[in-house]
Design a protein around this ligand. Structure first.
Ligand code: MN
Ligand code: MN
Length: 291
């Protein structure tokens, strides 16, 4: 966003990167997401064309750098990322993070949530509530929200997942999430009901209590966001994604992320541009809290 660098103590909203993709099960690359999101975000302008809000006029915002990671040690990376976001919480700043694969949402939540579990509005083609992959590996980009619920970081009855689709490995794949009480909203229902109706339900579900927002770029159709590790055709459009994010305005959001932008699969830079634009939309929503 062409912002100055600063420490979290100096800002209301901290833009940060999490350059880690050690939780990826197939096509890696989102460790390079923060770098390319920064690059494409230099195209963002200052004033939102619908609301007229200039986030930089109502809140102190800066680029607070990247979370430290250890690319050859997953558990050490989780600890380092958690510590970084714990520091942001201590500083009193709201984080807007650029991943990274979706596993990074787990240490972010560990760093941000210290009292009671929070709600979450989650845009994704996938639930990311699996138990394990490749044996007993419980920390992957397909498992973060199962762990977050088990650890008491998320209240599953205040979690909604929007945009789910694609063939699954086993007919029972969604059972755990359903039984936990998560609201699973598949793309077919989204198409039938439309953006406003779906977001009205999402807003009612999380209410005015603390809520995290997680945006997996693969919720968007791969024709418009091809550069990601686990593409699923039949997704939402970039325009629908923008409309949905705008309808988060006024919620009690404690932080947000945009994850799974994978530059090695994004030769045109389109996916990173899309991710950076969604980050600007989220930034306007977060800044709206400081008006
Ligand atoms: Mn995901
Ligand atoms: Mn996904």
């Amino acid at each position: 966003m062409r912002l100055p660098q600063a420490s979290p103590e100096e800002v209301d909203i901290a833009l940060v990167g999490v350059p880690f993709d050690g939780g990826t099960t197939n096509r890696p690359g989102p460790r390079h997401g923060p770098r390319e999101l920064r690059n494409q975000s230099s195209l963002m302008r200052r004033v939102h064309h619908v609301t007229g809000l200039s986030p930089y006029d109502v809140a102190r915002i800066a680029d607070c750098g990247d979370a430290p990671v250890n690319p050859i040690d997953l558990m050490d990376s989780l600890a380092k990322i958690e510590g970084f976001f714990d520091g942001i919480r201590h500083a009193g700043a709201l984080p807007l993070a650029a991943g990274g694969d979706h596993l990074v949402s787990l240490p972010i939540l560990r760093g941000l949530v210290k009292d009671s579990p929070v709600g979450m509005i989650h845009f994704d083609a996938h639930t990311d509530t699996y138990d394990s992959f490749f044996g007993d590996n419980r920390y992957t980009h397909g498992t973060p929200f199962r762990r977050a619920i088990e650890e008491g970081l998320l209240d599953p009855r205040r979690v909604i997942q929007i945009g789910l689709r694609g063939a699954i490995s086993d007919a029972t794949n969604y059972d755990w999430a359903r039984e936990a009480g998560i609201r699973l909203l598949f793309i077919e229902e989204f198409t039938d009901r439309g953006v406003k109706d779906v977001m009205a339900e999402a807003r009612a579900l999380v209410g005015d209590r603390p809520t995290y927002v997680s945006f997996d770029i693969d919720v968007i159709d791969p024709s418009q966001a091809p550069g990601t590790g686990t593409p699923e055709i039949g997704g939402v459009s970039t325009r629908e994604a923008q409309q949905m994010v705008r309808l988060l305005d006024g919620l009690n959001i404690i932080g947000a992320d945009v994850v799974e932008v994978s530059p090695p699969f994004d030769p045109s830079g389109l996916t990173a541009l899309t991710g950076a634009t969604i980050m600007f939309e989220l930034l306007c929503v977060l800044a709206g809290r400081f008006r």
